[in-house]
Design a protein around this ligand. Structure first.
Ligand SMILES: Nc1ncnc2c1ncn2[C@@H]1O[C@H](COP(=O)(O)OP(=O)(O)OP(=O)(O)O)[C@@H](O)[C@H]1O
Ligand SMILES: [Mg+2]
Length: 348
């Protein structure tokens, strides 16, 4: 097991900065997801760790070794790319053996490793087939076998499950987590799917415009987003703007809201974030209150989403479990309540 450290890494393509001063550590055997909008630099960061791209500045450490100037083949990294294409004219076994061959492992030794890797991704006996004789999910598992067969010290996965339908994707998530736990591989995983990131990871890193804006355990990042961007990108949020006054926040509409977050000095402008599922129309939900009219009801199966608006035009969202069906009607004015613990003061 090996950790990965990235120190002050920066990269520009031409005049465009793509990564700016990235410093972070991926712990031994940990599973970290990189989340961020398209173009935020996720793939670039992964390719710098892998050695396909040389950073303009900064250092990449794998274990105790500075690998910044070591090429890809000297880093012992298993990688699955955003487009994971298998070689179509090679059998599954030949596809998986590809990385072994390049490392000089052939014959019986290679066959044994290939069979073990195929067992690990639950495809034993599939070695003689061609990729086109496999389903999409099975092909993706072959690509995973190809990445792990070389016994890498680090596994880098760039949206490996993006091509799969929901059901298959969930199955593969379970498999992936099992393989990662069994092998103890330090894994960095890029995904667009926030639920996937929250479910699989020890840590979630949120990237915005080439910077890591927040990194931490899923529950910490979700419950305590630092910035408006993090609160908006991971999950949904209500934003309440106001001014700090006597240890609380007076909203622009006059209501006073309590928070357990540390607040800046009296008179400062501050934005509070509250997750839509933390609010409720049950009056005992918390000491904070706001009245709003329901403008739209969205039925989403397990959850009902309500869009609301206050008299002064503030848009709010409320998520309610669909236990007793739709309890609130469009046009109705309700009082939402929530607790100070679920009221997070954002840094910016
Ligand atoms: N080889 C390159 N030459 C020039 N610009 C590049 C190159 N590779 C990436 N970029 C640019 O760098 C930025 C970050 O790209 P990157 O592929 O890291 O984004 P990403 O976060 O992986 O996005 P996505 O979610 O769409 O895969 C983008 O604006 C992209 O256009
Ligand atoms: Mg990408």
């Amino acid at each position: 097991m090996t950790n990965v450290k990235v120190q002050s890494v920066a990269k520009s393509f031409g005049a465009t900065p793509v990564l700016t001063d990235i410093t972070t550590e991926f712990g031994e055997g940990s599973f970290t997801s990189l989340l961020g909008p398209s173009g935020s630099g996720k793939t670039t960061l992964l390719r710098i760790v892998a050695g396909f791209i040389r950073p303009d500045q900064g250092v990449v450490m794998i274990g105790k070794n500075d690998v910044t100037h070591i090429p890809v083949w000297g880093r012992n990294i298993g990688m699955m790319f955003q487009s994971y294409a298998l070689f179509p004219h090679m059998t599954i076994a030949q596809n998986v053996a590809f990385g072994l061959e390049r490392r000089g492992i052939r014959g019986d030794a290679a066959r044994k490793e290939v069979e073990r890797a195929l067992e690990m991704v639950r495809l034993p006996g599939f070695g003689n087939r061609l990729p086109k004789q496999l389903s999409g999910g099975q092909q993706q598992r072959v690509a995973l076998a190809r990445a792990i067969v070389i016994k890498p010290s680090v596994l880098l996965l760039d949206e490996p499950l993006s091509a799969l339908d929901r059901r298959l994707r969930q199955e593969m998530q379970v498999e992936l987590l099992r393989i990662q736990r069994e092998s103890g591989l330090t894994t960095i995983f890029v995904t667009h799917d926030q639920e996937e990131a929250l479910t699989l990871s020890d840590n979630v890193a949120i990237l915005d415009k080439g910077r890591i804006v927040q990194i931490g355990a899923p529950a910490t990042v979700y419950e305590q987003p630092r910035t408006r961007f993090a609160a908006e990108f991971l999950g949904d949020s209500n934003f309440l703007a106001g001014t700090v006054e006597a240890g609380a926040v007076r909203l622009d509409n006059g209501a006073v809201v309590q928070t357990t977050s540390t607040l800046p000095v009296t008179g400062s402008k501050v934005t509070l974030a509250v997750r839509p599922e933390k609010m409720s129309t049950a009056p005992d939900t918390g000491t904070n209150r706001i009245s709003a009219r329901i403008t739209t009801v969205i039925y989403a199966g397990a959850v009902l989403s309500y869009m609301l608006e206050t008299v002064d035009g503030l848009a709010l969202k409320l998520f309610a479990q669909n236990r007793d069906g739709q309890l609130l009607r469009q046009g109705e004015t309700v009082t939402l309540s929530w607790s100070p613990e679920h009221t997070v003061a954002l840094a910016d």
